[in-house]
Design a protein around this ligand. Structure first.
Ligand code: ADP
Ligand code: MG
Length: 687
């Protein structure tokens, strides 16, 4: 079996399943091995109902009091029966599960695993899984992988496929890190790490496996970027600029005056752009600090110098919003912009026309997602590239851009504070600007952290705010009801339905999530921005950058599942107008630690301080929660969480390169690996 073999060569995988795998980006054995679990499930020892809490997924030994009654309800066959754990009675229900009939008889004792529910003092469990003690004991004491799935593909299928590969005798992934380096870092072998990341013996082995794989990601990434020119030198620009009157004129006409911090950053940018060297600047400013207008000023300087400017956003939603804003500004103040919007969802013929107008220089501002540098766009005179909330834009991307034209100026804008040491590793030698000041006239957001019992009050509060003419966001961590691992977490689909039923009919509730078609997302977001949708139930797709000043409530379900920095970002969607705004964090867990963590948000509205606290508080227990950052497209590494390792690897890589690079014998396996995976490697970290 070779890495490059198609997954179809595995037993149990036919053309149909292979298609499903393809949908999650897996075609080869190698892809599958690198498809790390999203999380792990632990089967805990069975316990009594009195020891458990409602909504908890438990395993309990139950005695079937009387035979189950099976009836037909519409097209469904429903079986229900009463069971008892000796102390507490519980109603068990199965839907369309005729095979269960044979498996249980009155008087028998079985292990049931499912989500415990309680209503009006009565316990129930729907569709629990049934185990014998022998079956269950085999599951206990191990960590079981939970993979990202797609409709039709079960966790079991993925798990079995991975197990088959690992069990294969000729499974021998190439070890490309020399022994000396492995010892220095205490790294597992690649083979061991790959087996343990999928089927960890215990938590300790899982952490070690992860450490090895994170090392590999950083190591390969840094090796590739350190060898580019872009990494550490100031390069003369192909697009020198001079000052023009346009930016100053726009500033005078705006309905507000720029804050001191905005003005300072603008001066820094202007100095870069007119210096003759390529700008490479990162602007960090808390959510709502007004980065967009600064970006527009920079675009204005570039365009009035006869160049094109590009503005890249992480989502189509945000790109569309920037485009709208720029169009309005252009019209209102008669600016020399002719902007276009280029995203992945533009149809083929429209795209052709866009390419033409970009190529001929007719369009002078190009706004879009990463399609901007990824696709076959050729620019006329692209002098300035701005990326908004897009940390994935690093040295590698700059290099890619240079291949498309000359050496453009680069401005990266971010609300997520990145420590300087990390920024330099990712972006090379760069300059930093900070906006640590909010525009005047903003009322500080009022926060509260509450348990789920407060939920109905929160809903009443939403109604009250909507009646005042305001709008609200409700955030859930999941798109739809999920697998075991995510059980108990709120999901947008069901929550949206529920809210539609609970809230008065004239309150318009809509849902938004990443799996929706771009056109639907756009429609919903536009309706929300226009005030036609009052309550938007969404995943974190709205996290970055969206600006709807009339939204005054942000309610976040399962707040404990998010990183603090991410919660702070979400909170940044409100408090953007002059009205008082409110953020309600619903804590779905009753652990002390998560209450303590969330209370930091209660006391601070300062993103920089929150990010620091977050790093301090996050321990290994949070390793496999929702990932904080998708920076640089690492599969498993997290530049924040693994910051220390990143710094260390950075030093090692510099050392290796200064000692003669990869030419020596000990690096032969790595050279071989890179040759074989050339495609992957070059793309590594590109968008
Ligand atoms: P972010 O830094 O999060 O990207 P935005 O650029 O979206 O923030 O700005 C948030 C809101 O503040 C926008 O509605 C913008 O028009 C407004 N704004 C920006 N600068 C100022 C200012 N100096 N005074 C008042 N409002 C401002
Ligand atoms: Mg922004």
């Amino acid at each position: 079996m070779k890495d490059s073999d198609n997954v179809i060569c595995l037993k149990g995988i036919g053309a149909k399943t292979a298609k499903l795998f393809e949908r999650i980006g897996i075609t080869s054995i190698g892809d599958l091995l690198l498809y790390y679990p999203k999380g792990y499930q632990k089967y805990l020892a069975p316990k009594k109902i009195v020891e458990s809490k409602p909504e908890e997924t438990i395993t309990v030994e139950l005695f079937v009091v009387a035979d189950f009654k099976w009836k037909k309800v519409r097209n469904l066959s429903v079986g229900s029966g009463l069971c008892s754990d000796g102390q507490t009675k519980i109603a068990i229900t199965y839907f369309n599960a005729p095979y269960m009939k044979k498996r249980m008889t009155a008087g028998g004792c079985y292990l049931f695993r499912g989500k415990l529910k309680m209503e009006n003092g009565r316990y129930s469990m729907d569709q629990p899984k049934l185990y014998s003690w022998k079956e269950y004991e085999a599951l206990m004491g191990q960590l079981w992988p939970c993979y990202g799935l797609t409709a039709g593909l079960t966790n079991r299928t993925v798990l079995k496929a991975v197990r088959q590969i690992l069990a294969c005798e000729d499974f021998e992934p190439e070890e490309y890190v020399p022994d000396k380096l492995r010892q220095e870092y205490g790294l597992l072998s690649r083979k061991e790490a790959l087996s343990q990341i999928h089927f960890p013996k215990d938590y300790e082995s899982l952490l070690r496996a992860r450490q090895r794989l994170v090392f590999d990601e950083f190591f390969l990434f840094l090796l590739s970027i350190r060898q580019t020119k872009e990494y550490n030198q100031a390069i003369p620009t192909d697009y020198p600029m001079i000052e023009t009157a346009w930016p100053g004129r726009l500033m005078e006409q705006l309905p507000f005056s720029l804050t001191g911090a905005q003005l300072r950053v603008w001066e820094e940018i202007k100095a870069d752009l007119t210096s003759g060297l390529c700008m490479n600047r990162l602007v960090q400013g808390d959510v709502g600090s007004g980065k967009t207008i600064v970006a527009f000023l920079a675009l204005l300087l570039a365009v009035s110098n006869g160049y094109q400017g590009a503005l890249m956003a992480p989502t189509e939603l945000l790109a569309a919003q920037h485009f709208e804003q720029l169009c309005q500004l252009t019209q209102k103040y008669k600016l020399p912009f002719s902007p276009v919007l280029l995203t992945g969802s533009v149809g083929a013929s429209a795209k052709k026309e866009l390419y033409r107008s970009i190529g001929e220089g007719e369009a002078n501002v190009i706004i879009g997602t990463h399609a901007l540098i990824q696709e076959k766009v050729s620019y006329h005179k692209l002098g300035l590239v701005i990326t908004d909330e897009q940390h994935r834009f690093g040295v590698r991307q700059r290099e890619l851009l240079n291949e498309k034209g000359g050496r453009a100026h680069v401005l990266v804008m971010s609300a997520t504070p990145i420590p300087r040491t990390l920024a330099i590793i990712l972006y090379g030698d760069l300059h930093l600007s900070a906006i640590r000041e909010l525009p005047v006239g903003r009322l500080p957001i009022k926060n509260c952290v509450v348990g789920t019992s407060y939920r109905h009050k929160a809903h009443e509060f939403l109604v009250k705010e909507v009646r005042k003419g305001n709008q609200a966001y409700v955030i859930c961590p999941m798109v739809e009801a999920g697998d075991d691992e995510t059980e108990g977490l709120e999901n947008v689909t069901d929550y949206g339905e529920r809210l539609k039923n609970i809230l008065p009919e004239d309150i318009h509730v809509e849902i938004l999530h990443g799996k929706m078609k771009p056109a639907d997302k756009k429609r919903v977001m536009e309706a929300f921005a226009a005030g036609d949708v009052h309550v938007l139930v969404s995943t974190t797709v709205i996290e970055v950058g969206i600006n709807v000043p009339r939204a005054t409530v942000m309610m976040i379900e399962n707040a404990e599942r998010f990183g603090l920095a991410q919660l702070h970002q979400l909170r940044g969607r409100i408090g953007r107008g002059t009205e008082q705004s409110y953020c309600i964090f619903i804590n779905g867990s009753d652990s002390e630690a998560s209450a303590e963590r969330l209370s930091i948000l209660n006391h601070s509205n300062d993103g920089f301080a929150i990010a620091e606290e977050d790093l301090k508080l996050r321990g290994p227990g949070d390793l496999f929660g929702i990932r904080q950052s998708g920076e640089m497209d690492f599969k498993i590494a997290d530049i924040y969480q693994d910051a220390e390792l990143l710094k260390k690897v950075s030093i090692s890589v510099d050392h290796i390169l200064s000692e003669g690079g990869l030419e020596t014998q000990e690096w032969a396996p790595l050279r071989r690996y890179l040759d074989k995976n050339a495609g992957n490697f070059i793309d590594f970290g590109t968008i």
